[in-house]
Design a protein around this ligand. Structure first.
Ligand SMILES: [Zn+2]
Length: 217
C-alpha cells in the first residue's frame, strides 16, 4: 500500500476543507476530513474550527485507535471515530469527508435509502443505492458501528441518520467529488420526487447494461 507524504496530506486537507466550506457543504465548524498516510497514521481536522480557513499547523495526527501522534494545541473531534472506523474497515480507503450538506442531510432526516439509478453518475458513485446509516449517539462508538457496514461495497457515500453525510475514496479528490455529487444528486432527487412529483426512468435495458459495466447488482 502506498501513501502520500505528511506534507501532501496536510496541504490537501486544507485545500479541500476550503472547497467544502466555500461550496456550502458545511456550516459553522461542522464537518471533518481525514487522510491516512501510513498503516496506522491519519491526519485529521481539528475540532471547533471552520473548514474554510485551516492551515497545516492546525491539523492533528492520530493512530487508527484515536491516540494522538503529533504535538498540537488543537484536538480532534469526537466525530473522527467514524472516519477511523471506515479507514480500519477498508484498506482501499485513504480519505474520508464528513459534511452536513442541506439536501443530503434532509434525506438523512427522512431516513430512507435513496435510489442511485436516476442519473448515470449516481450508479458510478453510489453503487446499488445511497444507504442511510441508523441514527447514532454523537461522539460515541455507535457512530462508526452504524456506518462501517456501508464502506465495504461499491459505493462511496452513506447518509448518517438525522445528522449528515459521509463519503470516502482512495484519494482526496475521489472522496470530495463523492460529496459534491451526493449533494447535487440529492437535490435532484428531492426536486423530482417532492417538488415536480414525477420522473422518467432510464430505460431498463440501458440501465441493466450500465450496471453490468459498473459491476452493480
Ligand atoms: Zn457531523
Amino acid at each position: 500500500m502506498s501513501y502520500v507524504t505528511d506534507y501532501e496530506a496536510k496541504e490537501k486537507i486544507c485545500e479541500y476543507g476550503r472547497r467544502v466550506y466555500n461550496r456550502g457543504l458545511v456550516d459553522g465548524n461542522g464537518g471533518n476530513i481525514t487522510y491516512k498516510v501510513g498503516d496506522n497514521e491519519v491526519w485529521v481536522t481539528p475540532t471547533m474550527e471552520s473548514k474554510g480557513y485551516l492551515n497545516p499547523d492546525m491539523l492533528v495526527k492520530l493512530d487508527l485507535d484515536g491516540n494522538m501522534l503529533s504535538k498540537s494545541e488543537y484536538r480532534s473531534s469526537s466525530e473522527v471515530k467514524m472516519h477511523l472506523g471506515v479507514l480500519k474497515a477498508n484498506n482501499d480507503i485513504q480519505c474520508v469527508v464528513h459534511a452536513h450538506p442541506t439536501y443530503a442531510t434532509a434525506l438523512a432526516v427522512v431516513g430512507e435509502d435513496v435510489p442511485s439509478d436516476l442519473l448515470p453518475e449516481g450508479l458510478g458513485y453510489f453503487g446499488e443505492c445511497i444507504p442511510v446509516a441508523p441514527f447514532a449517539m454523537p461522539g460515541t462508538y455507535e457512530v462508526p458501528e452504524s456506518v462501517v457496514p456501508f464502506c465495504k461495497g461499491r459505493g462511496h457515500a452513506a447518509l448518517l441518520g438525522n445528522h449528515g453525510a459521509l463519503t470516502w475514496g482512495r484519494t482526496m479528490k475521489e472522496a470530495y467529488f463523492a460529496m459534491e455529487v451526493l449533494e447535487n444528486y440529492c437535490q435532484i432527487f428531492i426536486l423530482t420526487k417532492y417538488v415536480i412529483g414525477h420522473h422518467t426512468e432510464i430505460p431498463a435495458e440501458k440501465l441493466a447494461k450500465m450496471k453490468e459495466m459498473m459491476n452493480i447488482r
